[in-house]
Design a binder for this molecule. Sequence first.
Ligand SMILES: Nc1ncnc2c1ncn2[C@@H]1O[C@H](COP(=O)(O)OP(=O)(O)OP(=O)(O)O)[C@@H](O)[C@H]1O
Ligand SMILES: [Mg+2]
Length: 278
Amino acid sequence: MSAQSANVRLVQGSRTIVPNLITVASGKGGVGKTWFSATLAHALSFEGAKVLLFDGDLGLANIDVQLGLTPDRDLGSVIAGRAELEEAVSPFQGGAIAQPSEGEKSERQVGFDVLAGRSGSGSLGTLSRQELQRLTTGLSKIATNYDWVIIDLAAGIDTAAKTLSTPSGKIFVVLTDEPTSLTDAYAFIKVMVMRDPQMVIEVVVNMAEDKLEGKRTYETLTRVCKNFLNFEPTLAGIIRRDQKVKLSIRQQTSILNRYPQTQAAKDAVQIAQNLQKN
Ligand SMILES: Nc1ncnc2c1ncn2[C@@H]1O[C@H](COP(=O)(O)OP(=O)(O)OP(=O)(O)O)[C@@H](O)[C@H]1O
Ligand SMILES: [Mg+2]
């Protein structure tokens, strides 16, 4: 997808559909949304896409910590009216990749833009309707400068329900094979589908022991969704459990820089490649 093609916007009821927007959400917390959002943004930049990663979990300032960024400005400045969204963007330098060009070795810089959250400023769900409206209007405008905008949301149905009533594209629901994660993912999908049966919901199974186990987790969720909601979420991908995820977070670096050959890194890259293809 190119930034031009992402410019299309459709209005459905009161909702503005921004097709290049991906919201990463979950019912249960701690399933890997922030790590996945950052890795997906990085992987998409490897594929040549221009990406904005938006920290929708304002309470904990997760993304900048995971990526070792110290931004001058963040969403706190935007919400307080001291900066426009585009002024609060910080670059994440994702390194250089080799690119063959006419027999010569050349390099291409990869990376993406980050709109960092701010520790202690609450979640998107705690903003007033007016603040949220201003933010989402700004976001849908700046989305036209990017191929993809990824929003890392705080866990839980309430935040998502409030936030996703405004501009929305695709929702990636992240879950693990834990029974509570499965039931929370189902509850999350139920609320979203009841609000809007047209919502594009895809599933990311994270921390799977192997691909087969991940597939089983997806099938269990899909069975319940089909039976009770007459809705079948698509599988966006399965990411395997990998020790290097924790390590790269601890080292405040992207797994794609430090451990690109690990299973979890490759699985995230696969999801990015599928997104770029479709
Ligand atoms: N594929 C994986 N393999 C192993 N560990 C993982 C994997 N994905 C995430 N984790 C671990 O899960 C922990 C939580 O990750 P992360 O902070 O991204 O979750 P979250 O869903 O954003 O949490 P919250 O709901 O609190 O925002 C991380 O510390 C990381 O170590
Ligand atoms: Mg998080």
